[in-house]
Write a protein that binds this ligand. Structure first.
Ligand SMILES: [Zn+2]
Length: 369
């Protein structure tokens, strides 16, 4: 996922099971990517929408695009920041992509076991550290904004500046310049619904210092655009650069927070002060209206679309169930009282029948309906 420095070339996706022999952190207990089990996520109201600043770059600004043998990397100016959504500010370093092949999808994270066609990673560092190199080794020193790429009905115009330059960097080590464009357009329109957990770089040296944000809304690209990504570049062995994703890693007890309610019963863990636990060292389908705001970015949130709608409808269902429960209890109580009185009358031969009672009970039923 992340190209931490120039000391690359000593690993490949073919030998990822052996990464930890040369890079010990890769065998750690806070590794990325992970599978996000939406039934196990913890809803946190503290997770505010991600707010970006400075992403609409002028075309006169030239950005470096490079094939490093593992992925295609676009260097980003530090003037691009995450202004909100984390406890501290983060500044951009680079973005890159992960993808599969014509035979299968290639996102790094999965949601409820589902792998998406691809995944974009925007990588940031915490400027409170002396250097990027230092930040990479410190807890919370890095942040990555991740979004799933998914085949949609039409070209995503926001990805064209990147994709149309891919042939320029077909071979490993090739580099070209890309004119500035609106970088934010590469992310989903909805930056408010996301998962957050503490993890690592997904490539060696696998430093466990990344505050991950995985957006719920996917980014839609056309079938042709996804195919271009899967078939254009060559890796360090001069073969097609495909399936550049790491398999999901064990959580080892880590919690995954969600900025939105994902399940039938949101697992919001109350704290003494009424808050929810924050991620200490921690990091679209078709979300409603996503495509309207950013063509191609959004509109379908397969991990989430259903769950978002489900979450809303379940809340409504809870209220209705409660109301009907009360009505049912009142009706049942009235019926029991009626039965009791009827029996009392039957056991008292001297009592007079009260035929109106049955209409009283019926009236209650009508009201209940
Ligand atoms: Zn990555």
């Amino acid at each position: 996922m992340i190209r931490p420095g120039p000391d690359h070339g000593h690993w490949s996706y073919a030998d990822k099971a052996q990464w930890q022999l040369e890079f010990p952190y890769c065998g750690g207990q806070m590794q990325s990517p992970i599978n996000i089990d939406t039934n196990s996520t913890i809803f946190s109201r503290e997770l505010q929408p991600v707010v970006l600043a400075g992403y609409n770059l002028d075309p006169s600004e030239q950005l470096s695009l490079m094939n490093n043998g593992h992925t295609v990397v676009l260097q980003l100016p530090g003037s691009l920041t995450i202004a909100s959504g984390y406890p501290q500010e983060y500044r951009a370093m680079q973005l890159h992509l992960h993808w599969g092949s014509p035979e299968g999808p290639g996102s790094e994270h999965t949601v409820d076991g589902r792998r998406y066609d691809g995944e974009i990673h925007m990588v940031y560092y915490n400027p409170s550290y002396e250097s990027i190199k230092e930040a990479m080794r410190q807890p919370g020193g890095l942040a990555v904004l991740a979004a799933f790429l998914q085949v949609g009905p039409e070209d995503n115009v926001h990805y064209q500046p990147l994709l149309e330059q891919l042939h320029e960097v077909q071979e490993e080590g090739k580099q070209t310049a890309v004119a500035g464009f609106n970088i934010e357009g590469l992310l989903p329109a909805n930056l408010g619904h996301y998962y957050r957990y503490s993890g690592s770089l997904t490539t060696p040296p696998c430093y466990q210092t990344v505050n991950w944000t995985v957006f719920n809304q996917t980014v839609l690209l056309s079938k042709e655009q996804i195919s271009l990504l899967e078939t254009t570049l060559q890796g360090d062995d001069d073969k097609d650069l495909q399936n550049n994703f790491r398999l999901t890693q064990s959580l080892h007890g880590r919690k995954v927070l969600a900025s939105f309610q994902t399940a039938l019963r949101p697992r919001q863990v109350p704290l003494p002060d009424g808050g929810v636990p924050s991620v200490t060292p921690a990091p679209n389908g078709a979300t409603e209206g996503g495509m309207d705001e950013a063509p191609g970015a959004g509109a379908g949130c397969p991990p989430c679309t259903d769950s978002e709608k489900l979450g809303f409808s379940l809340q409504t269902a809870d209220v209705l169930a409660c109301l009907f429960g009360i009505l049912f209890a009142v009706t049942a109580l009235a019926f029991l009282i009626y039965i009791h009185k009827q029996r009392s009358q039957n056991t008292r031969p001297d009592s007079h029948p009260k035929p109106n009672i049955i209409y009283t009970a019926a009236t209650i039923d009508e009201n209940a309906a």
